[in-house]
Design a protein. Structure first.
Length: 115
């Protein structure tokens, strides 16, 4: 199983960035997909999650109204659209696939918000 994140980098305060996570080696449509992040010197936290059929999504309070999670089951890819980021969003972002006892993580992609 491989989860490959992409799209990270430096983004200006108030700009926009879209992260992607391409999954392989698993039955992608059976897995709920999450985005987590780990800010410098802090623990990992859940940012957003989406169900297998995209019928429900949840967000951390800190990103509600600014970030949007979506998925494409035809391309085995999950996205995180980050709008109006602020310096507190600076972190390594990880995607995660969950189904029953399956629990797979990507290697992470760095996002730095520059003011």
């Amino acid at each position: 199983v491989q989860l490959a994140e992409g799209g990270g980098g430096v983004v200006q305060l108030g700009g926009a960035l879209r992260l992607s996570c391409a999954a392989s080696g698993l039955t992608y449509s059976r897995h709920a997909m999450n985005w987590h992040r780990q800010p410098p010197g802090k623990g990992r936290e859940l940012v957003a999650a989406i169900t297998r059929a995209s019928d429900r999504s949840i967000y951390a309070d800190s990103v509600k109204g600014r970030f949007t999670i979506s998925r494409d089951n035809a391309d085995n890819t999950v996205y995180l659209q980050m709008n109006h980021p602020n310096p507190k969003d600076t972190a390594v972002y990880f995607c995660r696939a969950v189904h029953g006892q399956d629990n797979y993580w990507g290697q992470g992609t760095q996002v730095t918000v520059s003011s």
